[in-house]
Design a protein around this ligand. Structure first.
Ligand code: CU
Ligand code: ZN
Length: 184
């Protein structure tokens, strides 16, 4: 009887302990939520027949989003790089739809005042096939109509010519990632 009661007390202590931890985690999550999304990450996964992969981080600071990325497995030179409407990966990358364009503007360069929100221009791979990307942008956002959360990041076969409509004639899709909420 005494042993049973002891075991019951121990089990109860365990439950209370777990409850407190879960509550603390919940409070932490609530606090982060109240401040909105601060960081997002897209892991680029190669499409069929491609070896292109990479990791892109998006960090929001003062109304701007900083984009940092490393992409490997490319042919040397320029490759179109955009945020597309949908975030789903598929073998040919076509499940991502067209460029993310909530403002109904024309395709343009990343530096253009009017452009698709998703127009991030080109990345440039070196002789080893590696491209690094560093930019700060005021079109991208983590909330509202221009939120990129859950949308797709696409690396293209060819250079984005920055003028052809609707997508810069950048050719096939070599890697696709989904913009996911990351721990701040
Ligand atoms: Cu694209
Ligand atoms: Zn575009």
């Amino acid at each position: 009887m005494t042993i049973h009661r002891g075991a019951a007390v121990l089990a109860l202590c365990g439950l209370i302990g777990m409850g407190a931890q879960a509550r603390a985690q919940h409070a932490e999550a609530k606090k982060a939520e109240a401040h909105g999304v601060a960081k997002a990450v897209a892991i680029l996964i190669p499409t069929k027949g491609s070896k292109v992969e990479g990791r892109i981080t998006f960090t929001e600071e003062g109304g701007k989003v900083k984009v940092h990325g490393v992409i490997t497995g490319l042919t040397p030179g320029k490759h179109g790089f955009h945020v597309h409407q949908y975030g789903a990966w598929s073998e040919d990358g076509m499940a991502t739809g067209g460029h993310f364009n909530p403002t109904d503007d024309k395709h343009a360069d990343v530096t253009a005042p009017m452009r698709h929100v998703g127009d991030l221009g080109n990345i440039t791979a070196d002789e080893s096939g590696k491209a690094t990307l560093e930019l700060e942008d005021s079109h991208l956002s983590f909330h509202g109509a221009s939120s990129i959360i859950g949308r797709g990041v696409v690396v293209h076969e060819k250079a984005d010519d920055l003028v052809s409509q609707p997508s810069g004639a950048a050719g096939g899709r070599l890697a696709v990632g989904t913009v996911a909420i990351a721990q701040p």
